[in-house]
Design a binder for this molecule. Structure first.
Ligand SMILES: Nc1nc2c(ncn2[C@@H]2O[C@H](COP(=O)(O)OP(=O)(O)OP(=O)(O)O)[C@@H](O)[C@H]2O)c(=O)[nH]1
Ligand SMILES: [Mg+2]
Length: 412
């Protein structure tokens, strides 16, 4: 190789190097550009999700029924609903001058709410029975209908065998059959209530009562708590709310709306990932200072980590036991009636680990599965304490088994 050759090849190599370097530089820049674009896209996606979340939360707040629900209901028509409701009240010993529009309004709602349950059940049963006495075949039909209404196998067995025994002893007409059925269903629902020692759940005066509302997400815990705050403060119990669902960002706002409506304060901790037990700790301090009768605790239906809901509840309970050992604590499982058998499953699993003292059945309006209340009583042995039939602040009442069974089996 001559010198010139070597000079040339050096020059060539330099050029090649420069070219490769440039290409590599360009590739690097291209990669950086792609990375930037990717990050920009990710950012946009995050912003979009954040906006969607905000919109969802806003929607939830909008979904909370407005204040007009607190207005006194107006007396409706003198119709079938009124007559039925008045008769149900009269049958319980109410005098004419003791009946309020509120009560009529509620019973009308309850009866309407259970219409779907009734339709697939009593109406069909009455059609089948006609005016004829009950036969073993009609008992088979009844069995199917009860199971279909989510009354549960155990309750159904109990009722059917009681009817069968009666049928062996005497002739039972259609109307008498329904009457007997109502009595049997009421017995099933009343058993855990009687066992609990108190027919009606009310806060005990002179003590701090703490009611924890527990249950899976979306069943109506927060809404029920809002309605309970209203009932309680209207009944002159000094009431306070603890916002111990620290998972859902909108939960505190949702509670504050309910609190405002019933003039009940909400104790919360707005910081991200606040500890629910710490919120309860603060709330108990406030409750003691203010001489509160009833502290209502909203809990999460789902958590950010996989740690168990039950562990979280246990932690909350521990705090209560430690800080106010003489408090009267109620753990009330909230169940969505429209979930039927799934609700029963939830009740069984919560009952196993969460030391429940009662159940609240919500969303009885517009479901065909009100019968699940019987399964809860019979199979989980939980006293039903309140029922909800609507999204308004007044759409929750203490549970009354007579009214419930009458509404479930109302025959017109
Ligand atoms: N129709 C009807 N809707 C109800 C009733 N109770 C609650 N809801 C509605 O059910 C939805 C969920 O209620 P929430 O009270 O937020 O349920 P939650 O159990 O607190 O839900 P999480 O906090 O997500 O676990 C809301 O849209 C409520 O308005 C009821 O009795 N009837
Ligand atoms: Mg909630």
């Amino acid at each position: 190789m001559t010198n010139t050759d070597s000079d040339n090849s050096r020059e060539w190599a330099e050029q090649a190097y420069a070219l490769l370097k440039k290409r590599q530089e360009e590739q690097k820049q291209e990669l950086e550009k792609q990375e930037e674009q990717k990050q920009e896209l990710e950012k946009q996606e995050e912003q979009k999700q954040e906006l969607e979340k905000q919109e969802e939360q806003k929607q939830e707040l909008i979904d909370i029924p407005n204040k007009e629900n607190i207005a006194e209901p107006e007396l409706g028509e003198f119709d079938d609903n009124f007559t039925w409701s008045a008769m149900v009240l009269a049958a319980q010993g109410k005098k004419i001058n003791q009946i309020s529009i509120d009560e009529i309004d509620w019973l009308t709602k309850l009866r309407r709410g259970l219409e779907e349950t009734r339709k697939g059940f009593v109406t069909e049963l009455l059609d089948k029975l006609g005016d004829d006495p009950l036969t073993p075949e009609s008992l088979d039909d009844l069995e199917t209908l009860l199971i279909r209404a989510d009354v549960g196998i155990d309750s159904t067995d109990k009722v059917i065998s009681a009817l069968r025994t009666k049928l062996n002893e005497e002739v039972v007409g259609g109307e008498a059959g329904i009457k007997f059925l109502k009595k049997e269903l009421k017995l099933i629902i009343d058993k855990p209530i009687k066992n609990s020692g108190s027919d009606l759940l009310v806060p005990q005066k002179g003590k701090l009562n703490v009611w924890l509302l527990v249950g899976v997400n979306g069943v109506g815990k927060t809404t029920t708590l809002g309605k309970l705050a209203y009932l309680s403060s209207k009944s002159n119990y000094k009431t306070l709310i603890a916002a111990a669902d620290t998972f859902r960002a909108a939960a505190v706002e949702q509670l504050k709306v309910w609190g405002d409506r019933s003039n009940v304060d909400v104790i919360s901790n707005q910081s991200k990932n606040a500890d629910p037990a710490a919120v309860v700790f603060d709330a108990i301090n406030s409750a003691k200072k203010r001489n509160v009768d009833l502290l209502l605790v909203d809990t999460a239906g789902r958590l950010q980590t996989k740690n168990n809901l039950m562990d979280e509840l246990a932690k909350i309970k521990k705090i209560i036991d430690k800080k106010v050992p003489d408090a009267i604590v109620e753990s009330l499982l909230v169940l969505d009636a429209s979930q039927g058998q799934n609700g029963l499953k939830q009740a069984k699993s919560f009952a196993k680990s969460a030391d429940l003292s009662g159940a609240i059945i919500t969303k009885l309006d517009g479901t065909s599965r009100g019968g699940v209340s019987l399964a809860i009583s019979e199979e989980v042995n939980l006293p039903i304490r309140f029922i909800g039939a609507g999204e308004g602040i007044k759409d929750l009442r203490p549970f009354n088994s007579y009214e419930f069974v009458e509404a479930m089996l109302a025959d017109k």
